[in-house]
Design a protein around this ligand. Structure first.
Ligand code: 7RM
Length: 660
């Protein structure tokens, strides 16, 4: 990406947090952070026990604060304690002034608003929880939720939590095939979907997608359908029920008993891409996850009771779980939930919504910032952004040009930007600056959150020297970390994926370096995971979608630098010999990937090749494919290719690549 002169300078610059933000912040000085951080790592059990007491309601106190070993691995926080996530996110606020505070402000795609107070949310959640029970859902059962960004999505999560059911949300942009795989993997008994989603003025036929998935999902007994678009859809008698009819049924009470859960009972499963072909069902449990999402929410966005917080992420991703729903509601915040997209009906939509609802904290992804930047500085100028106090980013490293634009044009040079680094597996922020005290360096996520002990290692396990890149690991458990993956009681997958490269440590899969001031700089994934518009995509996953198409013999997929998306998807495909190749083969293959996974996985570029650059032992040399995808055409830059079974193939692929 071409960076302007201004942003080139930004690289070496430090920006102090503005005094007006600092003066009112929870943490105002480096000393305050240092003291709290020191305590959190020197006496983690004492520290976290204190926090768990402060942030969560306990029906019964825990027996032990922490049991852990990183070999199996096995991690338990607050074991023996009884609590409930829905109780913490709703009920306990009802006995305070927050009863009539807005819990959720919903902004629809067309610009309508709905508001739910904590009291109103309580009734909605209880009624749905009773409906779930009526349909036989019990503690431990899995419920797959396939909904657009409508209030019923948050209600469904909390209703599951209230009765101890485990939710697994499938992003509404995923295809029927992707949903089917997830339903089958977790053995869901119920799914909750909508007739249609509406995004950017376009219809997403959710129920139709669900129907074709359910055809192959015998474990699903019930399908609840929210009427979002008042569309007429097929309803299978005995299986499909309208959500609004069910919750209004005469036998459904507005109150529902709480199911008290052990701290380590599962709360949700969320599927995420890794370097293997199949997405993993990351498992988060009750108390530790909630505590960690709540605390990171409060400190990292400096949320105060009168604020309106807006995280633009879809709840189908972990960012939406932790920072649209659980973190905010746990501390009694007002969370804005947005159904739409940044550029509909105009490229000023984000700023319009900020003005309309008086948003104080705004949290989005670098890819969205880059996309909006393109439409110029006039759009943000049309709207009153003066309520903003904290800006945030998440999903990928932010490039200095986007950082400077966000800082100057949106923040008018006086609002801190928190760069929050974390993962689906970590439950909440791992490394981030905090608004009131951290001097910012554009592009650096800065320092670890309380209790996080990062180390950057060389492949031989030694620690890297200052400013030298290595692999980012975490040395010690934290309450929000994943406990396992669904269906793997022995935790073998977790062990192999996160705990084997660096024994005794959690390996993030990311590269990082620490500079002379102790700032962490994230350098991107070091495995075969690419980051497309802030969304994780396994190259192996796209490859297996491609080879499931009858024309395809073999496929190799790599990422390449993309102006807006961060990374784009480039697929090299070998077609089967002897088949008749249609003229539009590339678009057929792209369409197939879209069907198998969803629009986000559609390759930006597909190149048909006669062979792939393989070593004599058959290993694909991805390094070469990445260079070609990035636009490299000079044969001298590919390094040593003599170990390839057929070195001449490199030239053939270069010649077949698009002209620059
Ligand atoms: C929250 C989320 C995780 C991967 C992670 C990184 C990358 C996320 C940042 C970042 C640099 C950031 N969960 N990543 N945030 N890289 N700076 N602030 O995105 O599971 O979907 O993705 O995203 O590579 O490993 S995720």
């Amino acid at each position: 990406m071409a960076d302007s002169i201004e942003s080139m300078q930004a690289e070496g610059m430090t920006f102090e947090p503005p005094a007006w933000v600092r003066d009112n912040a929870y943490l105002k000085t480096r000393e305050e952070y240092d003291a709290m951080y020191k305590r959190s790592v020197e006496d983690p059990e004492g520290f976290w026990a204190e926090q768990a007491d402060e942030y969560l309601f306990w029906h019964k106190k825990w027996d032990t604060v922490l049991n852990w070993e990183f070999d199996t691995p096995k991690v338990e926080w607050f074991k023996g304690g009884l609590t409930n996530v829905a109780y913490n996110c709703i009920d306990r606020h009802l006995t305070t002034w927050r009863r009539n505070k807005a819990a959720i402000i919903w902004e629809s795609d067309e610009g309508r608003t709905k508001m739910y107070t904590y009291q109103a949310l309580y009734y909605k959640v209880c009624k749905l929880a009773n409906v779930l029970k009526k349909h036989g859902i019990k503690k431990g059962d899995r419920v797959v939720i396939y909904l657009p960004m409508i209030p019923e999505l948050a209600v469904a999560m909390l209703a599951c939590a209230r009765i101890g059911a485990i939710h697994s949300i499938v992003f509404a942009g995923f295809s029927a095939a992707a949903m089917r795989d997830r339903i089958q993997d977790c053995g869901a008994k119920m799914i909750i979907t909508a007739d249609e989603g509406i995004r950017g003025g376009r219809v997403v036929p959710l129920k139709a997608e669900a129907d074709s998935a359910l055809y192959e999902c015998p474990t699903v007994e019930t399908c609840l359908v929210v009427s979002r678009a008042r569309a007429r859809v097929d309803m299978e008698p005995g299986r499909d029920f309208w959500y609004h009819e069910e919750v209004r049924s005469a036998d459904i009470s507005r109150h529902c008993e709480i199911e008290w859960m052990d701290s380590e009972d599962p709360l949700f499963i969320l599927y995420t891409s890794g370097s293997t072909g199949k997405p993993k069902g990351v498992l988060h449990t009750t108390a530790g996850y909630l505590l960690y999402s709540a605390m990171t929410f409060k400190y990292d966005f400096d949320y105060h009771d009168e604020d309106v917080f807006w995280c633009t992420a879809d709840i189908g991703w972990v960012t939406g779980h932790s920072y649209v729903v659980y973190g905010p509601l746990c501390v009694g915040a007002t969370s804005l939930m947005f159904e739409g997209v940044p550029n509909y009906p105009h490229p000023g939509r984000f700023w319009e919504v900020i003005e309309k609802h008086g948003v104080n904290q705004f949290y989005t992804a670098p890819t969205a910032i880059r996309a909006i930047m393109k439409s110029g500085d006039d759009w943000p100028k049309k709207f009153d952004l003066s309520t903003l106090r904290v800006l945030g980013t998440v999903g990928e490293p932010i490039n200095p040009e986007a950082w400077m634009w966000y800082f100057n044009v949106i923040g008018k040079g006086k609002i801190p930007i928190v760069d929050t680094y974390w993962q689906t597996e970590t439950g909440g922020h791992l490394i981030t600056n905090q608004p009131g005290w951290t001097p910012m360096k554009p592009g650096s996520a800065t320092f670890p959150f309380f209790g996080i002990r990062p180390v950057v290692l060389n492949e031989d396990q030694s620690e890297t020297p200052v400013n030298s890149g290595g692999r980012l690991c975490i040395d010690f458990p934290w309450p929000g970390m994943l406990r396992g993956t669904w269906g793997d009681a022995e935790n073998t997958l977790v062990k192999n994926t996160y705990f084997s490269q660096f024994p005794g440590k959690y390996f993030t899969g990311d590269g990082a370096r620490v500079d002379q001031d102790g700032y962490y700089w994230l350098l991107g994934r070091v495995d075969d995971v690419i980051n497309v518009s802030g969304h994780r995509m396994g190259t192996a996953e796209v490859e297996s979608a491609l080879v499931s198409q009858p024309l395809v013999a073999e496929a190799a997929v790599v990422g390449f630098p993309h102006d807006i998306k961060g990374e784009g998807i480039y697929a090299y495909v070998i077609l089967k010999s002897g088949v008749e190749v249609p003229k539009s083969v590339e678009s057929i293959l792209a369409g197939h990937v879209r069907e198998q996974i969803g629009p986000i996985a559609k390759p930006d570029h597909i190149q048909i090749v006669p062979e792939l650059p393989k070593t004599r032992s058959g290993k694909i040399m991805r390094r070469i494919l990445r260079k070609i995808a990035a636009g490299e055409r000079d044969m001298d830059t590919f390094g040593d290719i003599t170990t390839l079974a057929d070195p001449s193939i490199v030239k053939v692929i270069v010649d077949g690549a698009p002209k620059l």
